[in-house]
Design a protein. Structure first.
Length: 166
């Protein structure tokens, strides 16, 4: 079963979050759509309007195995098997018109292989603990909205200056 934490972030919040993500381990960022079956490591978060800028994967290179990738033939790209791999989806907040849309971190905690979904397995305790550590950081650095999402300081400043959260 997957777990997630929804949030609102602006650029300064993202930078601080990524610094924290990488503060105690080697973490690679990579995009949702890959040109071949190799993980293409990103040095930094992609800028809009780079294709796929709004969603990246976080992979703890030190403690988790290489992510499994598969071909999406209809779109002619590879993507990660999120159910079999120990990766965290980082969907970024984005501005749409005058509204800031929520982002999230999400990970599947119980895995299975796409080629045999009957066989399930628990992901490692190290991976689960890493997700929980990132979730605690997000919650500690933010205020909680009535609908459950967390608002980080940069996003709160956006609201204070008249912006709206969607």
């Amino acid at each position: 079963m997957g777990r997630q934490v929804g949030f609102y972030m602006k650029g300064s919040d993202e930078l601080e979050f990524i610094q924290f993500v990488r503060s105690d381990r080697e973490v690679t960022l990579f995009g949702h759509a890959l040109p071949d079956n190799e993980v293409l490591c990103l040095d930094k978060l992609p800028d809009p309007p780079t294709p796929g800028w709004f969603q990246v994967w976080l992979w703890d290179v030190t403690n988790s195995p290489q992510p499994l990738l598969y071909l999406v033939p209809e779109q002619n790209h590879f993507t990660v098997d999120r159910f079999a791999s120990e990766v965290i989806e980082f969907s970024r907040s984005m501005l749409r018109d005058e509204f800031l849309c929520a982002g999230r971190i999400w990970a599947e905690m119980r895995g299975w292989r796409m080629d045999d979904p009957r066989h399930t397995f628990q992901k490692s305790q190290t991976f689960v603990g890493w997700f929980e550590r990132l979730a605690r950081w997000l919650k500690r650095k933010s205020t909680r909205r009535f609908h459950g999402a967390y608002v980080l300081p940069g996003a709160q400043e956006f609201v204070n200056q008249g912006g709206t959260l969607s």
